[in-house]
Each structure stands twice: as structure tokens, then as C-alpha cells.
Write a protein that binds this ligand. Structure first.
Ligand SMILES: [Fe+2]
Length: 215
């Protein structure tokens, strides 16, 4: 029978004759509004309980992400955003919908990336059929600016049975959390995306806004 261990991860377990066997890896997760408050322009704003859904098959089977539609405090629904640990790139294929991919590379001082200083920021409008390449060293997130669920497939790895579908080990979320998001927020203005600077960033040296309006 299926029971639940009641722990924070609520991993399902299988009980056979009183012996509880924990399943090694749950390949799905959802990002809650509560967690997204870390990185929202307006964390006090109301939003959907779940902002996006993840199914992780890793490099071979691929990963699927599904974004909710709409805005939270004017900001389009987005993924949390992360940097990769180590030299790891990935490619996202847009299956449905339209959005904006944000990429940013940090200034490195004495071999250490500085979360508040951006060497290069790029905004890339994307739609169904497009692929977007996230080079190693570039933090990335994707925003849903369309009226449909945005759906992507990507090839980032799952590191084995002890990895997390919600926050996999290859990703650094803390540098984004510290800055309450990326260098620019993507906000809806008169039905179109507008980039609004995140004032916590000290500098953004080089920008490519991909033709989007900037406040
Ligand atoms: Fe990634």
C-alpha cells in the first residue's frame, strides 16, 4: 500500500509486511507561490498557489516545465532562476506558448562570481518551435508572457537517485535569492512585456534587451 512519511519532502513510500521502502527519486515537483516570494519584484502580491511544474527525466529522457499564465504584482509568471555549478550548458526547446528567456553572467573577482554585479545581461523573446541555448556560466530563467501555458523541454542532468526534482544539485539558486531575482524583471504594461531594473544590482555592464521595451 502507499503511505506517506510525513516529512518535508512527502516522498511516497511502499510498505511491505511492515517494512517501509522509500522510493529513491520522485521525478516531478512544483514551484509554489510561497517559494517564489524569494525572487518576485512584489513578494507581497497575490499569486497562484503554483507558478510552474517540473517533470525531470534528465539528459536522456529530458525535462518538461509548464508555466502558469498571468502576472503577480504586474510581473509575468517566471521560473525561479539559477546558475549552474561547474561547466554545464543546456538547451531549452519551446513546445507551446511564448515567453522571454533571461540570461545573465556575473562579474568574477578573484575567481568568485559576484551576485550583485552583472557582466552581461540578455533578454531573448521565444515562441513555440524556438530553441534557446543557455551557455555555461550564464544564469537563466524563462518568463511566460503568453495566454497559454508555456511548455518547454530541456536537457539538464538529474544526478541520480538522491537528486531533487525541485532543486537539482547542478543548480545554484542562492545567488538569485540573495538578489531577489535577476537584474531585470519582466513586467506587463499595456499587454506587452517591459523590462524593469532590479535596484539591488550594483551594475550591469553589457545589455542586449532583444528588442523589448525597458523602463
Ligand atoms: Fe539550468
Amino acid at each position: 500500500m502507499m503511505i506517506f512519511d510525513g516529512g518535508p519532502s512527502i516522498r511516497p513510500a511502499l510498505s511491505i509486511h511492515g517494512t517501509i521502502l522509500f522510493m529513491a527519486f520522485e521525478p516531478f515537483a512544483s514551484r509554489t507561490h510561497e517559494k517564489m516570494k524569494d525572487v518576485l519584484m512584489h513578494p507581497e502580491a497575490m499569486g497562484p498557489a503554483i507558478h510552474y511544474y517540473m517533470i525531470r527525466g534528465g539528459k536522456e529522457k529530458r525535462n518538461v516545465t509548464v508555466w502558469e499564465t498571468g502576472t503577480v504584482g504586474g510581473e509575468y509568471i517566471k521560473t525561479y532562476g539559477h546558475y549552474h555549478i561547474g561547466e554545464l550548458d543546456e538547451t531549452y526547446k519551446i513546445v507551446q506558448g511564448e515567453g522571454v528567456a533571461l540570461l545573465q553572467k556575473l562579474v568574477v573577482e578573484d575567481g568568485v562570481p559576484v551576485p550583485s554585479r552583472v557582466a552581461e545581461f540578455r533578454a531573448i523573446p521565444v515562441k513555440a518551435g524556438d530553441s534557446v541555448y543557455m551557455p555555461a556560466g550564464y544564469g537563466h530563467l524563462v518568463v511566460n508572457t503568453g495566454k497559454e501555458w508555456l511548455v518547454t523541454m530541456d536537457n539538464s542532468p538529474v544526478a541520480g537517485p538522491d537528486d531533487s526534482a525541485s532543486m537539482p544539485g547542478h543548480a545554484d539558486y542562492e545567488s538569485v535569492k540573495k538578489m531577489r531575482g535577476f537584474a531585470y524583471y519582466v513586467v506587463e504594461k499595456n499587454g506587452a512585456p517591459l523590462l524593469v531594473k532590479n535596484a539591488l544590482y550594483i551594475e550591469v555592464q553589457k545589455t542586449d534587451f532583444g528588442g523589448l521595451a525597458v523602463e
